[in-house]
Write a protein that binds this ligand. Structure first.
Ligand code: SAH
Length: 351
């Protein structure tokens, strides 16, 4: 069945027109859906007959909170949401000086296989629909009790591996009658699916594209990120240059610092070189420890030496604060815990 929350205003209009309803009904419906209506009963000013007719052929994606954790350290809130089909995804709300930012998941699981990431364990289960991604923002906003002004697609999943639904989601949140969040308030992070970066460049959106680079050389990068194989750093650099030329938007390189793997001064020099070629801003992030993974974060003195090299090379960079460390607020860690507990329970039941 069709998820009404995934529909754009024009599509709702066409749908209601086909049901013999006037245009303003579509506007009312879009408003309810984009305020976080959870079911047909909450569409208060729509006639009951219409609600019933809609319910025959469509659904409204709603999320149920399985777990909410609030960081004692910085107020970061992490939600584990249950999707209508019983799968779960994570959404994080962080407070920054410029407003509250919501970090959403774009898939259940991920098939990119990055060696340091909790979301890759167990592979891809399915794509999220645009309506489900929108529901992540809406349900988080309702609970958080404050307008969420920025969106980052940096949760579970590879957004460019779910291209069509992610683009639809971006159009939805961009609607003036909906959340009305401007593209400049949205960041999308990718492991570097170059063919999709080229598609995105053609859309000419004013969003910020972040590339999870994590290593400047193919040997290290392909070891950490299987998606690098068959593409390579040079191809990523080229697609970033093309993206910048097409959109005028500066690209961000994400760089998670891993002890003894990607944190040598030589790699810092190589990274500086790439950043200069792309005019990219670099985000250094200390790796978050993931229970199932053997990697450790870089030691502070290694990080200092690394950033000194970037400094000398005149690279624009920030060392990102790690928010929500006490609530497992990084990529897929809560969902993993739920999966582990479920497997243990199933194991116990089988034994
Ligand atoms: N698939 C997309 C977006 C999701 S991940 C991407 O690859 O960009 C968001 C960011 O968190 C990515 O930069 C990812 O590489 C990074 N990340 C994943 N696991 C991490 C960990 N254990 N510590 C620090 N960053 C991590």
């Amino acid at each position: 069945m069709r998820d009404l929350r995934s529909l754009l205003p024009g599509e709702l209009e066409a749908l209601l027109e086909a049901l013999g309803e006037p245009k303003y009904r579509a506007r009312q419906l879009f408003t309810w859906l984009n305020r976080g209506a959870a079911d047909f009963d909450s569409l208060k000013n729509l006639p009951r007959a219409l609600r019933e007719k809609l319910a025959e052929t469509s659904t409204i994606s709603a999320l149920r909170c399985l777990r909410k954790s609030v960081s004692q350290a910085d107020g970061t809130v992490k939600y584990l949401w249950e999707l209508p089909d019983g799968n779960a995804v994570e959404t994080v709300v962080m407070r920054y000086a410029h407003g509250a930012t919501v970090c959403i998941s774009s898939q259940v699981g991920c098939r990119m296989g990055c060696a340091f990431c909790a979301s890759a364990i167990g592979g891809l289960v399915r794509n999220l629909t645009a309506g489900e991604m929108l529901a992540e923002v809406l349900f988080s906003q309702l609970d958080y009790g404050e307008k969420l002004s920025n969106i980052v697609l940096m949760g579970i999943g590879e957004p460019l591996d779910n291209y069509d639904e992610v683009l639809r989601f971006l159009r939805l949140v961009n609607c003036p009658e909906g959340l009305n969040i401007g593209m400049r308030h949205i960041s999308l992070s990718t492991c570097g699916l170059t063919e999709r970066i080229a598609d995105l460049a053609r859309e000419d959106l004013q969003l910020t594209l972040a590339i999870s680079l994590h290593a400047p050389d193919d040997e290290t990068r392909s070891r950490l990120m299987p998606a690098n194989r068959g593409r390579g750093v040079a191809e990523i650099v080229k697609s970033c240059q093309d993206y910048f030329a097409a959109t005028g938007r500066r690209i961000t390189f994400e760089y998670a610092m891993i002890d003894g793997v990607n944190d040598s001064p030589g790699q810092a020099r190589a990274l500086a070189d790439l950043a200069r070629q792309v005019k990219a801003h670099v985000n250094l992030i200390p790796l978050n420890h993931v229970e199932e993974r053997r990697f450790a974060p870089s030691r502070p003195e290694r990080m200092r030496a690394f950033s000194t090299v970037l400094d000398r090379a005149g690279v624009n960079y920030t060392v990102r604060r790690s928010l929500g460390g006490d609530v497992d607020a990084s990529c897929g860690q809560l969902r993993r815990k739920r999966e582990r507990t479920r497997q243990e329970k199933e194991g116990a039941a089988e034994a």
